[in-house]
Design a protein around this ligand. Structure first.
Ligand code: HEM
Length: 511
């Protein structure tokens, strides 16, 4: 017997013992929620498939809206209906206000020093408050509007010039550059991805992060296998972390060298000034690590989510030319054809608002949200939820529940219009049948900014241009497959030819 064989046997044996010993370690008289039987050691992990949100949706049809699974030795509960989500994120919100331990938080997010994975407490609260004041409050958003508008106009210029040359536009790329540049000006005061090459490089880092964060890492659930890192996830995370870290070091360095203390209104200046004044950040000093971890959250959570939603919106509208035409007519009647749409116009566009809600319903940017963990055991729907159980809220399944949504797979914005079945629903976290930004105290911190970015980019792209699919492709044949990650990307990125549709004076900016 080789030493490797002996070692492996020891790991497997200890893992079996561990899972047997800790199996159903509950004194509760309540039953656990129903769910499929899992494998020995790995539990249900191998059953998740390549699109876990869809697998879990199919399981909810068999076992109901509250499912119990086991990932290795970890208890997992999945909420797949608005009623069950309400109980977790509203009734028992305080009990589920933390995130479970995971290798992404450890190896990428500076060992839980960020906001997304910070324990619920004073440091998390201080970070959220800082971001709310300087980025997400109504006042901050209004102050930052000129920045967003300038970047949206840069996007128009790029699309217009490419269209003029008869080129096919990589929609995902232009949207991504726009959201990244608008965000980066607000976060650090300048465009970190000024060049197309740098933008692609940064996007690839963000997409890799989202893909890695979406992987159910076996080592997180089967402790005995963590050291082997069977999927190579931790190795990739450490490598990616170094790239991000170098990037954020250079941003901080550049900001300190520019030495514009007090001048900058961007978040990085605010944080560095705060640090320079030696102010306390609730639990001690604000360190460079805290700043880098926060920047990492905002850059990654803020770009991919918004830009993938815009890409889905445009794809859905290309697939539904009749709805696109109506939305363009609405924009023309409110804004006219001599200028581009502005954020102030958005509230006067009920059909467009309904379209955006329908896109969030069909394509929630983070289909399984971000996991939470049960601080204490509790009872939901008469079932026992053990202490330390991981909670997955299947946002994708909730917004397709046939008990709530008629023809749930159909793109039908009318359901959100006056007289429609969901005329009063909105996406802000109170209507649990549609919670693309999550709900409760850990709901998306950047929701208002994300909404504004999604709306203005989509409105501009459909008001300013008609879109023709390349190579004689017809709209009914457009590939609408999803690729799974923490964020919901299109399996095949959208490419299309833009055809200007406003009066020539509107595009003068592009000359
Ligand atoms: C379409 C746009 C977006 C969508 C759909 C979205 C969705 C989400 C979801 C589902 C969560 C988890 C909520 C929960 O646990 O209940 C979340 C958390 C978060 N999001 Fe977003 N997001 C978007 C844009 C943004 C933007 C623009 C930013 C910042 C620039 C941002 C920053 C965050 C942060 C920091 C958290 C963690 C909050 C916490 O743990 O306290 N997001 N987001």
């Amino acid at each position: 017997m080789t030493p490797l064989f002996l070692l492996l046997s020891a790991v497997i044996l200890s893992t079996i013992l561990y899972s047997l010993l800790f199996k159903n370690q509950t004194n509760s008289t309540q039953p656990l929620p129903p769910g499929p039987k899992g494998w020995l050691i790995l539990g249900n992990l191998p059953q998740l498939g390549t699109k876990p949100h869809q697998t879990l949706y199919n399981l909810s049809k068999v076992y109901g809206p509250l499912i119990y699974l086991r990932f290795g030795s970890v208890n997992v509960v999945v909420a797949s209906s608005c009623n069950v989500a309400f109980q977790f994120l509203k009734t028992h919100d305080a009990n589920f206000s933390n995130r479970p331990p995971n290798s992404g938080a450890e190896h990428i997010a500076y060992n839980y020093q960020d906001m997304v994975f910070a324990p619920y407490g004073s440091r998390w609260r201080a970070m959220r408050k800082m971001c709310t004041i300087h980025l997400f409050s109504a006042k901050a958003l209004d102050d930052l509007w000129p920045i967003r508008q300038a970047e949206v106009m840069s996007m128009v210029k790029e699309v217009y010039l490419q269209g003029k040359k008869g080129k096919v536009v990589d929609v995902s790329h232009v949207i991504n550059v726009c959201s990244m540049d608008a965000l980066s000006k607000a976060l650090v005061g300048w465009k970190v991805c000024g060049e197309a090459k740098e933008a692609s490089e940064f996007k690839s880092m963000v997409v890799e992060l989202m893909q890695l964060a979406g992987v159910f890492n076996v080592g997180d659930f089967v402790k005995g296998l963590a050291w082997i890192d069977p999927q190579g996830v931790v190795r990739k995370m450490k490598k990616l972390h170094k790239r991000f870290d170098k990037f954020f070091d250079s941003l901080i360095e550049a900001r300190r060298t520019r030495n514009n203390k007090g001048e900058g209104r961007d978040l990085l200046s605010v944080l560095l000034n705060f640090q320079g004044e030696g102010s306390d950040f609730e639990e001690g000093k604000l360190t460079d690590i805290n700043i880098k971890a926060l920047m990492l959250n905002l850059f990654t959570a803020g770009t991919d989510t918004a830009s993938s939603t815009v890409e889905w919106a445009l794809a859905e509208l290309i697939c539904h030319p009749d709805i696109l035409k109506k939305a363009q007519e609405e924009l023309d009647s409110v804004v006219g054809r001599h200028q581009f749409v502005k954020e102030q116009d958005l509230q006067n566009l009920p059909l467009f608002q309904a379209i955006i809600k329908e896109v969030f319903r069909l394509h929630p940017a983070t289909p399984l949200s971000i996991p939470r963990v049960a601080e204490n055991e509790c009872k939901i729907n008469g079932y026992h939820v053990p202490k330390n159980a991981t909670l997955l809220v299947n946002l994708w399944a909730i917004s397709k529940d046939p008990a709530i949504w008629k023809n749930p797979m159909r793109f039908d914005p009318d359901r959100f219009l006056p007289g429609g079945s969901h005329a009063h629903a909105h996406v802000k976290g109170n209507n649990f049948e549609l919670i693309p930004f999550g709900a409760g105290r850990r709901k998306c911190a950047g929701m208002r900014l994300g909404l504004r970015m999604v709306q203005i980019m989509t409105a501009t792209l459909i008001h300013g241009f008609d879109w023709v699919l390349p190579d004689g492709q017809t709209h009914d044949k457009l590939d609408m497959e999803e690729a799974y990650g923490l964020s919901l990307q299109r399996a095949v990125p959208l490419v299309a030819c833009p055809v200007p549709r406003l009066e020539p004076c509107a595009y003068e900016i592009a000359y």
